[in-house]
Write a protein that binds this ligand. Structure first.
Ligand code: SAH
Length: 197
């Protein structure tokens, strides 16, 4: 019997999502206890969050559990599956570091919490959007793990829409709240890739 790399990729993908949910579990419960003082959640923000979750979770899950749309399947490749696992593992490590640094300042949308502090330490010394770096790595891992063109690339499209609609708005919100401190922080850090972008 031949080893089933397509199934292996699907199982790795599922396990990585479970690991991600576990990493987020405690920070999510903790940050909920700190009141939201101001929010910049717009209609476009709600739309892009939905699109992002469909791309990173919904569309791949439909393929993983039902095989739809099978017309876009392609052959699974062992090297790609292993690379996908490595990329997703780095993403998970990064998620952990971002939650550790942000603590209760974390929010899944554009919110500022009571007594919000600007975090510039830990992983936030390297880049100013390390959580988005982690989401980009997750999106990038999917075409390696999932042997279907639609399920594989939906995350890059979905998260890409959220990222590009949100990042400028988020920086404007942070600059409005933290003024010069944020402007200084912005000039000495890149957005998602240290030293490059
Ligand atoms: N863009 C960041 C955080 C994503 S979570 C990253 O990719 O790592 C989104 C929330 O985090 C925003 O609503 C904002 O309130 C908060 N946030 C973003 N950068 C922050 C920082 N440097 N310090 C404190 N809070 C921050």
């Amino acid at each position: 019997m031949q080893f089933d790399w397509e199934l292996t990729g699907k199982i790795v993908w599922c396990l990585c999502l479970v690991a991600w949910a576990l990493i987020r579990w405690v920070p999510n419960r903790r940050s909920r206890k700190v009141k939201i003082a101001a929010t910049s959640r717009t209609l476009s923000e709600r739309f892009s969050m939905t699109v992002s979750w469909l791309g990173l979770g919904g569309v791949p899950a439909v393929w993983v559990f039902t095989g739809f749309p099978a017309a876009f399947d392609h052959a699974a490749n062992p090297i790609l599956v292993v690379l996908g696992l490595i990329i997703f593992a780095i993403s998970l490590r990064l998620f952990r570091l971002t939650h550790k640094a942000l603590g209760a300042m974390w929010s899944h949308s554009l919110d500022l919490r009571e007594n919000h502090k600007l975090v510039t330490s830990g992983i936030y010394e390297k880049v100013r959007h390390p959580m988005y770096s982690a989401f980009w790595l997750w999106a990038l891992a999917q075409p390696f793990l999932l042997a279907n063109w639609i399920a594989g690339f939906s995350g890059i499209v979905g998260f890409g829409i959220l990222y590009f609609l949100r990042v400028g708005q988020e920086e404007a919100m942070m600059e409005q709240r933290f003024g010069e401190d944020y402007r200084v922080y912005r000039t000495r850090t890149k957005r998602v890739v240290p030293g490059i972008y």
